[in-house]
Design a protein. Structure first.
Length: 156
């Protein structure tokens, strides 16, 4: 019980506060502020996707037709997440600080939005959770399209 309380405290208060402080103190750096926040949260998102996918694949072993449909839908989702992670890692390296890599990332965001719409239409999946994620991808797409920091760091 104590471990659960400590774990909840770390995940709900200490971890976000630490991320906020890191982003705040690096806000004047090339990769700082919102841009650093993006990179931190994208890696957490990939980690959560891998955990969720592992649970899904365990579920698929015991499932029939519905599990196969979920696999067909979730596998591209995992692939796009991993591609976003790879491009994001590349963008943190000076060697890859070029606008063409931002375009790759934005294309992946659009792919993720399209996939979310397709997943919302799939039978047996929670429709609202896939629709509610669309503003998240739209926000990052706009950020990587319009942000003065992104434009200056990646030399549009």
């Amino acid at each position: 019980m104590l471990y659960q309380i400590i774990g909840s405290l770390i995940i709900s208060i200490i971890l976000p506060l630490t991320i906020f402080l890191i982003c705040y103190f690096r806000r004047k750096e090339q990769i700082g502020g919102w841009l650093l926040f993006y990179f931190i949260q994208i890696f957490f998102g990939v980690l959560m996707t891998l955990v969720t996918s592992t649970i899904l694949f365990l579920y698929l072993k015991d499932s029939s037709g519905a599990g196969v449909v979920m696999l067909i839908i979730m596998l591209p989702n995992l692939i796009i997440w991993l591609a976003i992670c790879v491009v994001s890692i590349m963008l943190t390296l000076k060697r890859f600080r070029a606008w063409k890599y931002i375009n790759y990332l934005r294309a992946l965001f659009v792919g993720k939005m399209i996939l979310s719409i397709l997943m919302a239409a799939a039978p047996g999946l929670p429709t609202m959770s896939f629709i509610l994620i669309l503003p998240y991808w739209i926000t990052w797409l706009l950020y990587f399209s319009l942000s003065k920091r992104v434009i200056s760091v990646y030399n549009k």
